[in-house]
Write a new protein. Structure first.
Length: 240
């Protein structure tokens, strides 16, 4: 039985009309694991981030699963002409880092879960600076959402987008010799960590939750790349 498509409205239709052709002309496109995106109900997608093209491919990936993605994205994007209106109309979630409004984005994500939304987050907070393209240490926001909400947490990885657009080297090279892969894995088991919330509270569990999620992301990326994932990057970012 075919999935019913989640209604997104005119803003989502406009974005799809732009993003689908774009992902087809920049490089070859491969999308795997769509069955892991829930057909209905809320979910949290935790993704690696290697290029500013990633959200375009994530959006198409989730849309192909017949769901509407709701990204946590920099609030400054809402100030861009037309694009800001599309973000607003498609109910994306602005993130104002380093301000009194920073916590509002997590609350907005929780509201999206209550509305059966699929929320997309890049736990690193920016594109990786790792020379080999592996994920950096993650911030704590994704772990807070994963612990607070009893929703499926799905790892999603991108590979190949940096070959087309490398922001740090200011290089843009569309090519059909490049294959851009987006792949989702099965839900990350977190019930044991959530069960410990009542006794310990969320803060002591943030690092463990973050590491478990990012380990799943790294291992899935290793599958796509055909190589062993490295050990987790140690650091304090995930504790903040």
């Amino acid at each position: 039985m075919a999935r019913a498509r989640e209604k997104g409205g005119p803003a989502v239709a406009l974005a799809a009309a732009v993003f689908y052709p774009l992902t087809l002309v920049l490089a070859k496109r491969r999308m795997e694991g769509l069955e892991h995106i829930p057909a209905q109900g809320p979910a949290l997608l935790v993704c690696n981030h290697v290029s500013y093209l990633d959200p375009v491919y994530t959006a198409v990936f989730v849309h192909k699963a017949r769901r509407v993605p709701r990204f946590l994205a920099k609030a400054s994007l809402w100030k861009l002409p037309l694009f800001g209106r599309v973000l607003q109309g498609s109910r994306q979630i602005p993130v104002s880092r380093g301000s009194a409004e920073a916590g509002a984005s997590l609350e907005a994500a929780r509201t999206s879960f209550a509305d059966d939304g699929v929320v997309v987050i890049y736990p690193e907070g920016t594109i990786t600076r790792d020379e080999a393209g592996w994920p950096m240490a993650a911030r704590s926001g994704a772990a807070r959402l994963a612990l607070d909400a009893d929703v499926p947490v799905i790892p999603v990885v991108h590979w190949g987008t940096k070959s087309v657009y490398d922001h740090y080297r200011r290089r843009f090279r569309p090519s059909w010799r490049t294959t851009i892969t987006v792949k989702a894995g099965p839900p990350i088991p977190l019930d044991d960590l959530r069960a410990r919330l009542a006794d310990r509270g969320p803060r002591p569990l943030l690092r463990e939750t973050t590491e478990r999620m990012m380990t799943a992301v790294r291992e899935l990326l290793g599958e796509v790349r055909g190589e062993a994932a490295p050990e987790p990057t140690r650091g304090a970012r995930g504790e903040r």
